[in-house]
Design a protein around this ligand. Structure first.
Ligand code: PMP
Length: 393
């Protein structure tokens, strides 16, 4: 097939309607340059703790090289159930309400496909992880963005959700601690949001993948609130807390009607998550919490340094309560997010992500991951400081 018309028509209208990730475009640019310090990547700088790696190596040595049960090995589902109960006071049945997925990414994808009919609306609270809206679209739904802003600490209000609801609204996606803002929501604020969700009979996708990475108190899970368990699809995984991004292992907990629909899709499209990775994850849950706390301590120290330095530079930077991102304003420089990020990359060789790629409320900000060494952070912030001075002159 040679003509551009025929090439265009062999792709679905749906896939053509979504754009490649804005983060990718930026990193393709950065990868062609030398001496770049990157605050762009959304993953821990730690290597997975050794005992977790060892458990996975041992799994292979013992010959666990075949498919596992579609929903994941039962020992892991039982460990996830115990962990969620102990940490966040929510009870899920490992037999019928927990599914081990290929990253939280798969959980979001099959969750959307399990509940959306053509034209159903899904409210996406933004700025957000870049996959939500495209995955809603790919499932045949219509993403409805609701933007949060710096003046409300990037928390969503009940009134904002109320205003976005129409007769076609089926679900809402929330993520706290949030990527890219680092914002968290306290129990009271979350309860008010939960009321609107249950009052309007919505399903909620609660992406709690950063639940372990909080700096001011313990995370409160939406699923633990009154009336929420039966309407919550709780998404989490091992990538962030246990520094296991490359393992591709996540999980989802949901009432059994939703979970068995997701399992049906998972069976046909993925079969199961990698077996040796599941053995590693089991070890992580059983013995890895000290390592998690050690990593959180280190992120906290870096967060404090980054926020303090941004403030000294003259950029407004809210204190992130969780995850490992700072989301300072760049409005002070008179540049848009894209202009700031592109010029910073070209002139000072520092890669950050322009806030607009995360949807509504993101324009005027940049996302900086502080999951990188102190040495890199110090140099990067020195360069950002110099760049901001230049912009302000
Ligand atoms: N949700 C959020 C909010 C994320 O930031 C990410 C990764 N950047 C994911 C889900 C995907 O995680 P996983 O590696 O488990 O697919």
């Amino acid at each position: 097939m040679t003509s551009s018309t025929s090439q265009r028509t062999r792709l679905s209208t749906r896939v053509q309607s979504i754009q490649p990730s804005g983060i990718r475009r930026f990193f393709d640019l950065a990868s062609k340059m030398e001496n770049i310090i990157s605050l762009g990547v959304g993953e821990p700088d730690f290597v997975t703790p050794w005992n977790v790696r060892e458990a996975s190596i041992s799994s292979m040595e013992r010959g666990f090289t075949a498919y596992s049960a579609n929903a994941g090995i039962i020992e892991l589902r039982e460990a996830i159930s115990r962990y969620l109960y102990e940490r966040f006071h929510i009870g899920y049945d490992p037999e019928s309400e927990i599914l081990v997925t290929v990253g939280a990414s798969e959980a979001i994808d099959i969750g959307m496909r399990a509940i959306i009919d053509e034209g159903d609306e899904v409210i996406v609270v933004e700025p957000s992880f870049v996959s939500y809206a495209p995955l809603v679209t790919m499932a045949g739904g219509v993403p409805v963005p609701v933007g949060t802003h710096i003046d409300t600490d990037f928390q969503v209000t009940p009134a904002q959700i109320e205003a976005a609801i129409t007769p076609r609204t089926k679900a809402i996606i929330l993520c706290f601690p949030n990527n890219p803002t680092g914002s968290i929501m306290g129990k009271e604020e979350l309860e008010a949001v939960a009321k609107v969700i249950s009052g309007n009979d919505l399903i909620v996708f609660s992406d709690e993948i950063y639940a372990e990475l909080t700096y001011d108190g313990t995370h409160v899970s939406l699923a633990s609130m009154d009336g929420m368990r039966e309407r919550t699809v709780l998404i989490s995984g091992f990538s962030k807390a246990f520094a296991m991004t490359g393992w591709r292992l996540g999980y989802v907990c949901a009432p059994d009607d939703i979970l068995s629909a997701m399992l049906k899709i998972h069976q046909y499209s993925l079969m199961c998550a990698p077996t040796m990775a599941q053995h590693g994850a089991l070890e992580a849950l059983e013995t890895g919490m000290d390592d998690v706390h050690r990593m959180v301590q280190s992120y906290r120290q870096r967060r404090n340094f980054v926020v303090k330095t941004f403030t000294e530079i003259g950029l407004t930077c809210p204190m992130p309560g969780g995850a490992f991102y700072a989301f300072p304003s760049v409005k002070e420089t008179g540049l848009t997010s894209e202009e700031f990020a592109e010029r910073l990359l070209m002139e000072e060789h520092v890669a950050v992500v322009p806030g607009n790629v995360f949807g509504e409320g993101g324009e005027g900000h940049i996302r900086c991951s502080y999951a990188t060494s102190m040495e890199h952070l110090e140099t990067a912030l020195e360069r950002i400081g110099r760049f901001v001075q230049k912009c302000k002159q």
